[in-house]
Design a protein around this ligand. Structure first.
Ligand SMILES: [Zn+2]
Length: 91
């Protein structure tokens, strides 16, 4: 259980955490491409540009430029975009 503490950037772990945030409904969509993400240590604001780039105001993102919150927003919006695309194919 300790090893990931030494490697907080483990991509697999981050994606896993992000997926859990999405699945447990802890990503809340606001207006203007903003999202509230309720993380383990607080609620953070993730902003997504129209190109799909994300920024988060948590310490992890400020330090290394990625985090489970912003990844969760990417996962969520990919699902939403995928649904839209599939609907279009049927039309
Ligand atoms: Zn974050």
């Amino acid at each position: 259980m300790i090893y990931w503490l030494r490697d907080p950037l483990s991509l697999d772990r981050m994606i896993e955490k992000a997926r859990k945030l999405v699945e447990s409904g802890r990503v809340e969509r606001l207006d203007g491409g903003r999202f509230n993400v309720i993380g383990d240590h607080g609620t953070y604001t993730v902003v997504q540009t129209f190109e799909g780039k994300v920024t988060c105001n948590c310490p992890g993102f400020l330090r290394v430029g990625r985090c489970s919150h912003s990844t969760a927003v990417i996962l969520l919006t990919q699902v939403l975009r995928g649904r839209r695309a599939r609907r279009k194919e049927r039309e």
